[in-house]
Design a protein around this ligand. Structure first.
Ligand SMILES: NC(=O)C1=CN([C@@H]2O[C@H](COP(=O)(O)OP(=O)(O)OC[C@H]3O[C@@H](n4cnc5c(N)ncnc54)[C@H](OP(=O)(O)O)[C@@H]3O)[C@@H](O)[C@H]2O)C=CC1
Ligand SMILES: CC(=O)N[C@@H](CCC(=O)OP(=O)(O)O)C(=O)O
Length: 337
């Protein structure tokens, strides 16, 4: 019997990508799509790419109503809104993949510092697997709640984790420069993503105070087994989707480019969705796919990595389905290749 799945926040950008992936999944039936605002509108009236592919309507459902319809819930809600409903869903026996940042950080104090409000469900923090299968596959298998990673952190962590684990780079001297397409900001309109504001323009934002900085440091710290510090600068790029991340770190010893590439290749040799490439990758190479492409160069006394992924797929909905497959014991690549 197929798993009955609900999607919260189904009017959003990650949700539409998720629906397209789940429609290809042989073990899934979509049984509920929630929205606070869209009444009983057909989902395809909000997301016209779904015309002829799914006939379900959006509904404003309570967590109890969702739990009555679904075994597994994908929460595509913004942070804070997500942790307001997840405890009730878990209590009712649902398993949940949370797209928001609510369960990614281990400490309620760090959450409050970077997200600006008290965590609605602080007791669970630190007990929820971080949904990056390439690093935490065993914890994700069989979990009832998984914290899907942020899109920027996935591009950064996948590039740096093997180098930190191998002790090849200094953990407290890392510069991270990331660029994201505008869909990374979600569908809810904001001045900064208004067309005349961002079109034909490239801008940095939240320098040194982006909420993904502690997420990146926490996960890389776990991998390295020591404190990791990054200087993280995100940029908004006038394109629909995609993230390109460049990192600059200091090697702990003399190392060749081939050695760095070998380190990445051996770490990811059995990973279906991470490709270590010789050329410099571009966001178009991974657009619409669940892949992350990574390469490395040595420039003067620095290791430079370049990685890219689609923020809505490997950065969100594809990763969520990869986690769902692990949670339920389906082949990890189901619906994703
Ligand atoms: N966009 C991206 O690239 C990525 C996003 N994420 C995360 O995934 C989640 C979804 O992102 P995305 O799809 O881009 O966001 P969107 O803004 O596109 O969609 C979120 C949806 O949630 C609903 N919503 C908004 N505010 C609330 C609220 N306070 N309470 C309940 N429902 C609300 C809205 O639907 P309605 O108004 O119809 O109720 C909205 O359509 C977020 O947590 C985001 O941070 C993670 C990785 C990448
Ligand atoms: C371009 C843009 O605005 N991107 C978003 C990140 C999207 C994402 O992955 O964020 P979550 O942590 O919310 O899941 C931002 O900078 O806040």
């Amino acid at each position: 019997m197929a798993i009955r799945v609900a999607i919260l926040g189904a009017t959003g950008y990650t949700a539409v990508e998720l629906i397209k992936i789940l429609l290809r999944h042989p073990e899934v039936t979509i049984t509920a799509l929630t929205s606070r605002q869209e009444g009983n509108a057909p989902i395809a009236s909000v997301h016209p790419t779904l015309v002829g592919r799914i006939s379900a309507n959006l509904e404003n459902l309570t967590p109890a109503e969702v739990a009555a319809r679904a075994e597994c819930v994908f929460s595509c809600l913004p942070h804070c809104a997500s942790a307001e409903v997840i405890p009730e869903l878990l209590k009712a026996g649902c398993r949940v993949v949370d797209f928001s940042a609510d369960y990614r950080l281990n400490s309620p104090q760090v959450y409050e510092e970077w997200y600006g409000h008290r965590h609605p469900d602080p007791e669970r923090l630190g007990k929820v697997p971080y949904g990056l299968p390439e690093l935490f596959r065993e914890e994700i298998r069989g979990a009832s709640l998984v914290a899907n990673p942020g899109c920027y952190p996935t591009s950064v962590i996948l590039a740096l984790a093997p180098l930190l684990k191998a002790g090849l780079i200094e953990p407290r001297d890392i510069i991270v420069d990331s660029k994201s397409g505008v869909s990374g900001a979600g569908r809810t309109p904001k001045l900064t993503t208004h067309f005349p504001e961002c079109n034909e323009s490239l801008s940095a934002y939240n320098v040194g105070r982006h909420r993904h900085q502690p997420e990146i440091e926490q996960v890389l710290g776990q991998v390295a087994g020591s404190t990791v510090e990054v200087v993280f600068t995100p940029h908004l790029v006038p394109m629909d989707r995609g993230i390109l991340t460049t990192t600059y770190s200091r090697p702990t010893r003399q190392v060749s480019e081939d050695e760095v590439l070998d380190c990445l290749e051996s770490f990811y040799q059995n990973e279906p969705f991470v490709q270590v490439v010789d050329h410099l990758p571009a966001t178009k190479d991974t657009a619409g796919t669940n892949f992350c492409h990574i390469t490395a160069r040595i420039v003067r006394d620095r290791i430079v990595t370049v990685s890219c992924l689609d923020n809505l797929v490997k950065g969100a909905s594809g990763a969520a389905v990869q986690n769902f497959n692990l949670m339920y014991g389906f082949p990890e690549t189901t619906a994703l290749l």
